[in-house]
Design a protein around this ligand. Structure first.
Ligand code: F6R
Length: 242
C-alpha cells in the first residue's frame, strides 16, 4: 500500500479528490466505486467544486456504491442512495442511469446481489474504488469474520458498527441490522483502491490494515493482497504507524 499522510482531514480529502479527478481526466468513461459515511464527505465536496470551477466532466462516468442498508428506500434520509444524491450525484453531471447503489428493498436479495456483480462486470469492472474503514477494520460492510473471497451479499452489522452509526439514526435501536454489501473479493477485483481514514478513532484500524497480519477479523487487511492501493490518512489516523 502506498501511504500518503496529510496534516488534517481537509488536506487529505482534497488530495483524494485530485486523485479521483486525475483518474476521470485520464479515462473519461471511468467506472468509480463509491463509499458513503463521514470519510468521503469532503472529497465529494471538492469533486463538486472541481466540476463547477474546472469543468471536471462526469458525463461518461459510471458509479457503483459499496453498500446499502436493508429496508431503507431511496427517500429514507439515512439510505445510502439518498446520501449519494445529496452529497454528490445531484451536483455533478453524472447520468442517473449510470449510478448504481444496491437496493435495500430488493424483493429477492440473492438475485439482486448476483445482478449487481454482473452489472459491474458488464461495465468493464471498477477502475477506482473509494473506501472508508470502520473502527473494527471493516471495508464496505464486510464485518470481522467475513470471508476474504466474499462477493456481494447480505451481511449482519457488527455491534461496533451499529454503535458507530447510531449517531445518524438517533439511537442504536433504530440502526438496521442488515446491509447489502460488495464482498471483499468484489473490492479486490477493482483495478485501484483509494482508502481514506481520518481521526484518532481510526488509528488502530489503520495500523492493523497497513502493518498487521492479513486476517478475516480485520477485512481491510485483505488490501495488502492488492497491487494498487493508495491510503490517504490524516496524522491522527496514521499516528500508530511505525
Ligand atoms: C460506507 C462503508 C463503510 C464506511 C465505514 C467508515 O459505504 O462502506 O465501510 O466506509 O464504516 O465510516 P465513516 O467514514 O463514517 O467513519
Amino acid at each position: 500500500m502506498r501511504v500518503i499522510i496529510e496534516s488534517d482531514a481537509l488536506a487529505a480529502s482534497r488530495r483524494a479528490a485530485r486523485f479521483i479527478a486525475d483518474q476521470i481526466r485520464r479515462k473519461p468513461d471511468t467506472v468509480l466505486g463509491l463509499a458513503t459515511g463521514s470519510s468521503p464527505l469532503e472529497t465529494y465536496r471538492e469533486l463538486i467544486r472541481l466540476h463547477q470551477t474546472e469543468g471536471l466532466d462526469f458525463a461518461q462516468v459510471t458509479t457503483f456504491n459499496l453498500d446499502e442498508y436493508v429496508g431503507l428506500g431511496p427517500s429514507h434520509p439515512q439510505s445510502y442512495r439518498h446520501f449519494m444524491q445529496q452529497h454528490l450525484f445531484d451536483h455533478v453531471n453524472l447520468a442517473p442511469s449510470k449510478t448504481h447503489v444496491p437496493d435495500g428493498r430488493a424483493l429477492d436479495f440473492e438475485v439482486h446481489c448476483r445482478v449487481y456483480e454482473q452489472q459491474i462486470r458488464d461495465a468493464g469492472g471498477i477502475d477506482l474504488q473509494l473506501l472508508g474503514i470502520g473502527t473494527d477494520g471493516h471495508i464496505a460492510f464486510n464485518e470481522p469474520g467475513s470471508s476474504l473471497g466474499s462477493r456481494t451479499r447480505l451481511k449482519t452489522l457488527a455491534s461496533e458498527t451499529i454503535r458507530d452509526n447510531a449517531r445518524f439514526f438517533g439511537g442504536e435501536e433504530k440502526v438496521p441490522r442488515l446491509a447489502v454489501t460488495m464482498g471483499v473479493g468484489t473490492i479486490l477485483e477493482s483495478r485501484r483502491c483509494l482508502l481514506l481514514a481520518f481521526g484518532p478513532k481510526k488509528a488502530e484500524a489503520v495500523r492493523n490494515t497497513v502493518e498487521g497480519p492479513i486476517t478475516a477479523q480485520v477485512t481491510a487487511t485483505a488490501l495488502q493482497l492488492h497491487r494498487e492501493v493508495v491510503g490517504i490518512f490524516d496524522e491522527a489516523a496514521a499516528r500508530l504507524l511505525v
